[in-house]
Design a protein around this ligand. Sequence first.
Ligand code: ZN
Length: 171
Amino acid sequence: MPPETVEVRRSTRRRRTVSAYRDGDKTIVLLPAGLSTTDEEQWVRRMLDRLAAKEQRRRLSDDDLLDRARELSTRYLDGRALPNSVRWVENQQHRWGSCTPDHATIRLSTRLRGMPAWVVDYVIMHELVHLLVPSHGPRFWALVERYPKAERARGFLEGFSMAASGSAEEC
Ligand SMILES: [Zn+2]
């Protein structure tokens, strides 16, 4: 699991329902009052697994990714980045995303699946900007920062990389 922010809310009324949902970059888990700490931990874990599984089922196809990319380009890059294809790839263990500017193709690591949409959008945005600016210079970052959650998403991915491999990675 990515290092997400989980907020546990205990119902004050005697409701027996347990539920979980995403609220921006937070995950809210609703639990009935009066659970023991051990039960609470188990329920939280179970609900997070269940939520992640649900999100996996409705994960984005390559066509959806291309649509996302075009939307992001229109919204933040005045439509200047024109991707031809955006697709998931399995064989990208050390990078979240990559691109080939000559063909305007973008590849995303399948490790991003199940991460919050705003994090996936950040990686798409990063690669879209590479279609315009190849290197990580000031001009590059100025464009990336047009995406409002860029810094937050970078922090999220860094935390994830550190947890998984002990080192940060970039794309
Ligand atoms: Zn990059």
